[in-house]
Design a protein around this ligand. Structure first.
Ligand SMILES: CC(C)(COP(=O)(O)OP(=O)(O)OC[C@H]1O[C@@H](n2cnc3c(N)ncnc32)[C@H](O)[C@@H]1OP(=O)(O)O)[C@@H](O)C(=O)NCCC(=O)NCCS
Length: 438
């Protein structure tokens, strides 16, 4: 039992509670750029770091209008029970409940993307992920997820900011929740990302909102304005798990296989934009899910060594890949209100695959895909289907022609970065898809 209580009067009477007076330099700078009366004191009342404001003023970015908007929002949030913050382990149920109640309209369909029992499963597979949640009195009203990842675009190494999972609860749309999520600050320890990218389902009914967000992101003062490109990314769905055949030769991978697997994965995808060249450490981290050592049974596993397989030929690994049981934690419930039709997609997903380019490697990869499809039929009573990112592997698609499959495309939006001293064009032409990000 907590016996000591915190009394707010102690805080209010403490010298640390006083708002620091603005420096003469800051006063002069805000006057010079024409900040409206009172804006500086309002920003300081929010305990904004004066050094930070100095940096904004020196750069001319964010603009005065953006700062005013941000201050007004922060003041509003400080006076309501609505808060917008980093989601923690304690918010898993809130996120599952929110997603259950936040359908997306796609053409004639309503799509509910259910997340749970582990609401964070997909995000945990991403690099440097965090979820921002808007919640009022324990009711989640919106989320967005972000991941900051090293990647290559046009053969150049850079750091990308991946945005996904936008959901605002039905009944709370059009009230500015997505704007609050957009403006929420990220973790102080976050890496700095340059290129940004996000997927949008083709026929998403909120396309006008996507355009609005894109124009808000690209509407920057001179010297900071980067454009956004739009292209498509495509994956393959294998629809009938009963068509798969368990392979007699696919075996679990061991530490000793990692170096060869990294070589195969990099060879297979090395020319693609948004691919992150693997290292042994990186693959090992994914397969360790993601930390070293054994874990207790109550810690939900997502994907790892148990799901990763290799196939050898003449004593050498020629194909490798993993199967993430995505459908356990991420399911799409499609409903057509006009007819009442409904179906659920609870797929598995092909991860971390690579193979030798010759006929032996291609056949081994197809064998592994068929093996994973057969596994899909049995995992936890059977999942609906299997997703595989094969857009740039026509040889593998051809080798899997006997397995019923169809493509799914999404819009891929990519935005570069422009500042007075650094420009990243971020021209993506052949996008690699990691299903952890789809
Ligand atoms: C799309 C979605 C996230 C928008 O969230 P929201 O909280 O309702 O949006 P906001 O109220 O913050 O609106 C932000 C801006 O977009 C505009 N906007 C919002 N929805 C819009 C729509 N459907 N069409 C056009 N503009 C829209 C608002 O007018 C506002 O403009 P402003 O900046 O000029 O004021 C929400 O509707 C949703 O969860 N949809 C279902 C899931 C989905 O489709 N997610 C997107 C996947 S890419």
């Amino acid at each position: 039992m907590i016996t000591k209580r915190y009394d707010r009067s102690v805080l209010e009477q403490h010298p640390a509670f006083e708002i620091a007076k603005p420096s003469a330099e800051l006063l002069a700078k805000t006057e010079a750029v024409g900040w409206p009366d009172g804006l500086l004191s309002r920003a300081l009342a929010l305990r904004t770091d004066q050094a930070e404001i100095n940096i904004w003023l020196d750069n001319g970015f964010p603009t005065t209008a953006m700062i005013k908007d941000w201050v007004t929002t922060a003041e509003h949030l400080a006076s309501t029970t609505l808060n917008v913050r980093m989601a923690t382990w304690a918010d898993g149920y809130l996120i599952s409940d929110l997603c259950h109640n936040s359908p997306e309209t796609v053409g004639d369909w309503q799509v509910v993307v259910e997340r749970g029992p582990n609401a964070y499963a997909q995000f945990r597979l991403q690099e440097h992920p965090y979820v921002v949640i808007a919640a009022d009195d324990g009711v989640a009203l919106g989320i967005v997820s972000r991941s900051i990842r090293n990647t290559c675009i046009g053969g150049e190494r850079t750091t990308a900011h991946f945005i996904s999972g936008w959901r605002v609860r039905e009944g709370f749309r059009g009230m500015g929740i997505s704007k609050l999520l957009m403006q929420a600050p990220g973790p102080g320890t976050s890496w700095f990302a340059l290129a940004s990218y996000w997927y949008v389902r083709i026929d998403n009914a909120d396309k006008a909102w996507v355009d609005k967000v894109t124009s808000d992101m690209t509407d920057r003062p001179e010297g900071w304005a980067a454009g956004a490109d739009q292209l498509t990314a495509t994956i393959t769905h294998f629809n009938d798990p009963d068509q798969g055949s368990l392979s007699a030769t696919a075996r679990p991978a061991t530490e000793a296989d990692l170096s060869r697997c990294v070589e195969l994965i990099n060879r297979t995808h090395q020319d693609l934009d948004l691919f992150r060249p693997y290292s042994i450490d990186y693959l090992e981290q994914r397969l360790n899910d993601p930390a070293w050592g054994p874990k207790p049974s109550f810690y939900p596993s997502v994907y790892g060594w148990d799901q990763f397989r290799v196939i050898e030929s003449d004593g050498e690994v020629v194909a490798c890949g993993g199967l993430w049981d995505r459908g356990r934690d991420v399911r799409e419930r499609w409903t057509k209100p006009t007819t009442g039709e409904t179906h659920t997609l609870a797929p598995t997903a092909l991860m971390d695959f690579g193979h030798t380019p010759d006929a032996v490697g291609v056949a081994a990869m197809a064998e592994l895909i068929s093996h994973f499809l057969a596994t899909t039929a049995t995992v936890d009573g059977g999942r609906s289907s299997m997703m595989a990112p094969l857009e740039f592997s026509p040889d593998i698609i051809a080798a899997c022609a006997h397995l019923d499959h169809n493509p799914e495309s999404r819009e891929l939006h990519v935005m570069g970065f422009v500042s007075p001293d650094l420009t990243i064009e971020a021209t993506v032409t052949r996008p690699y898809t990691d299903l952890a990000y789809w």
